[in-house]
Design a protein around this ligand. Sequence first.
Ligand code: SAM
Length: 220
Amino acid sequence: MVSEDELRRRWERTVERLFRERIIRSEAVRKAFLKYPRYLFVQKRYWDYAHVDEPLPIPAGQTISAPHMVAIMLELAELRPGMKVLEVGTGSGWNAALIAELVKTDVYTIERIPELVEFARRNLGRAGVENVHVIPGDGTKGFPPKAPYDRIIVTAGAPKVPDPLVEQLKPGGKLLIPVGSYHLWQDLLEVLKLPDGSTETRNHGGVAFVPLIGEHGWRG
Ligand code: SAM
């Protein structure tokens, strides 16, 4: 087993490469990545691979996304301190930790698999993240108690954009969501809610996520 110093050095090299390649574009995202290395959010047997730019397994047959994918979504989200953010698909809690570092306020994240709710809470606790609230449930329905949101970031692939998520966006807010097929091929959509309540959608190209399962997603 390699030392934590070595894991951190490997992680720093991954972050610097993503920055050089302009996948990480902002100093804020770079700093957040350096603060929360991915190895803190995977099981020990995967520590050796945590710096590799590929998805990795987490419990319950789910995945932690590849670093470049997380960076692309965070840069598109244009997060600023004070923004209210909902994440759908907590998984390991890593993306939620990065979001919390960028908005510097409470973040809400929903996960449908109870085992992963516990896994994420443990990871976040160990990493010292205090402002992430992991909520068990079906995130395709959003999280009305804290709506409306400046940003909603969905990290699982949907058959279509769930209406409740658009409803729970503030005017001027945006939703990032992979939409497409069940089997790991989707388009990353950015849905902007305009001041008059209408929406404008931009397509940022092909991505591969596990399915979003729920009332307004795929039927499990
Ligand atoms: N953001 C995660 C991270 O940082 O580790 C990775 C997310 S993983 C690619 C997708 C997650 O979405 C899985 O943990 C899966 O259980 C969850 N998921 C799928 N459908 C969901 C739903 N309707 N509500 C909440 N979570 C859901």
